[in-house]
Design a protein around this ligand. Sequence first.
Ligand SMILES: Nc1nc2c(c(=O)[nH]1)N[C@H]1C(S)=C(S)[C@@H](COP(=O)(O)OP(=O)(O)OC[C@H]3O[C@@H](n4cnc5c(=O)[nH]c(N)nc54)[C@H](O)[C@@H]3O)O[C@H]1N2
Ligand SMILES: Nc1nc2c(c(=O)[nH]1)N[C@H]1C(S)=C(S)[C@@H](COP(=O)(O)OP(=O)(O)OC[C@H]3O[C@@H](n4cnc5c(=O)[nH]c(N)nc54)[C@H](O)[C@@H]3O)O[C@H]1N2
Ligand SMILES: [Mo]
Length: 628
Amino acid sequence: MLTACTKDCPDSCSLIITKNHKNIKVMGNPEHPITKGFTCAKIKKHINRLKSPSRILSPMLKSGKTFKKISWDKALDICSEKISTALKDDPRKMLHIQDHGARGVTKKVTDNFFTSLGCTKTHGSLCDTTGIQACIDDFGALDHNNITDILNSTYIVNFGKDFSSSSIHLSQIIRKAREKNIHVTSIWPGGGDYDKYADKLIRINPGTDRFLGIAIIKCLLENNNLDQSYIDRCTGKDKYFDLVNQSSVTFLSEQCGVSVENIKFLAGIYAKDKVSTILGWGIQRHLTGMETVRHINALSWLSGNVGYTGAGVYFSISSIRNLEFDWIGYKPCHSLLLPVLADEIEQCHPKIKTVWINCSNVVNQAPDSKRLFKTLKNIEFTIVVDAFMTDTAATADLILPCALMWEEDDVMGSCMHDYLQYAKKVFTPPKGCRSDFSIAKELNQRLNTPFSFPKREECFRLSFPELDGGVSFDTFQEKGFVFAGKKEIAFGNGTEHESGLFSLVNTLTSEPEKNPIFPIRLLSLINKDYNHSQIMPEEQTDLPVITINPASLHIKKIDFNKKTFLVSSLGQLEVKTKFDKNLHPDIIIYRKGDWMRYKGGINALIEARLTDSGTGAAYYAQQVRLEN
Ligand SMILES: Nc1nc2c(c(=O)[nH]1)N[C@H]1C(S)=C(S)[C@@H](COP(=O)(O)OP(=O)(O)OC[C@H]3O[C@@H](n4cnc5c(=O)[nH]c(N)nc54)[C@H](O)[C@@H]3O)O[C@H]1N2
Ligand SMILES: Nc1nc2c(c(=O)[nH]1)N[C@H]1C(S)=C(S)[C@@H](COP(=O)(O)OP(=O)(O)OC[C@H]3O[C@@H](n4cnc5c(=O)[nH]c(N)nc54)[C@H](O)[C@@H]3O)O[C@H]1N2
Ligand SMILES: [Mo]
């Protein structure tokens, strides 16, 4: 059966599921030009997730220290009573949190239902808003060339994208590019599978790519290799070139830890090649994440490597840009900043009394998990819609068990390519589990609000765009995917600012002083095998693992035969240690996603701090040490 993946991942694959007796097989759809017939590790694991013995199969109401099963009727009565009380009093006393546990049109409609109630929502994100803001400031919009246009470049420069971990379909494009003799240089702090997808690796001090960006510009300028036609189409030139002139290449090289030789090498590429510049999302999870993305955008623009085939910067695109949502309407609402949620809830006026959380394991995935856990626990009534007893579900007064991917129909786009996918329901949800959409719909009936819930298929039809060639919704549904892109090349006629000009960044923030108490930078990165925290409890039997360079001076006194603890200003976690001599000696890598309930949960050690965009979480600014 044809379906698709709705997980929070740029690849947004079209899939084929076959059932042969008890044997279920998931394959990538060979017809889909990006999926190309193969899938990733996390998709294969999803089948087990659907059948997991840990899955919650009935609504559960908190009773003393445990939960007791209750009927859906009773559960929905409680929800409507709690919510209508809050709404009558002041709708802002109810908080709705929804992230991207699963994506799609029905999730967006569900989200909008809560907005329509006038309740408090969240803004900012745990993911990508820092980089998005940088791109909007520079280019006036978030956009990039069609992803396969990378194959028309003559060189690829990759700032911190671990292709095979976060996007194996992009790694396939990179592999194809290398077969065409397009070379790749990756700039990274060490670790991961970068060596498999690069001709040259350049190790950088974590969080310092902004210095590298401006150092390359300095070399280009000295050799008269900037593109005058691009310089002419910029705003903010005086301040930017002041920054360029202020520091020497030697100083900038020291700041980022990249040799002058390698800086000149990169300048040579930007001078002579048609460059595709790829920006991983890790670079924007440092305190100066926005500035970093802006400096790399400036490098691409000023060297003339944006706006035509083979040349462009790739951060991301909006996954809903090819869907129509005008029919949904938009209502401004009171909202709290997600990356610093505990603070925001505690300081909120009016005081939050009821919370509804769906598609999010916010306690586990947002920073300062222990504090957020307590904050949510202290709220009068918390409702969590999830399929598992996550760190977030454990704060609930009422848990509603949800249907998961492939147990409901949905339609979704991608934040990397311009295809829409139809995710067809393949399995009946277990008795007792319901989709977010149907839960919200029933709640709406009980609350008797003016919000009108179209039928599921009606939502899809209303969101389906008018396409060149007139492909109908029915054809799309039958084929499982459709191309909905509007143009191949981004910024071909200048930027999307009204002036058409590129806006140059005007700051270069210094690095903070070294921290003698916590000398190691903690990079808490995604896990190849799972989407974020979507790991089943039965798989979480071992201690969390960290990776460090065996030559790091910071571990000289550690006896790895004894218990080892990762320590930050917020607490400690017992860990197992692996070694990787390619890692920057001042970093530790932790593959995030395991839960506090099972001796994991790295966000309990990470302080809630905002990046320079004011909307993103600066996870990778966290300093730590190891102890016995
Ligand atoms: N398997 C799997 N795939 C996923 C996800 C998942 O959970 N699991 N999640 C999806 C989602 S929502 C997202 S947002 C993406 C995230 O995808 P990515 O952005 O590709 O991955 P991250 O691991 O978050 O980013 C960290 C990368 O940035 C690099 N890095 C960190 N700091 C620096 C720095 O200062 N400079 C440079 N040059 N590099 C640096 C690290 O080496 C690391 O490889 O992945 C998506 N794909
Ligand atoms: N330390 C650190 N933390 C990070 C990051 C990092 O790099 N470092 N990266 C961040 C990034 S990029 C992201 S995108 C966020 C992700 O943060 P979250 O979106 O909170 O991530 P998930 O762990 O995928 O949690 C989603 C939850 O939704 C549930 N779920 C799945 N499908 C459905 C459904 O259909 N309905 C309902 N109601 N629930 C469903 C899952 O069981 C799961 O518990 O985390 C961020 N957290
Ligand atoms: Mo993300």
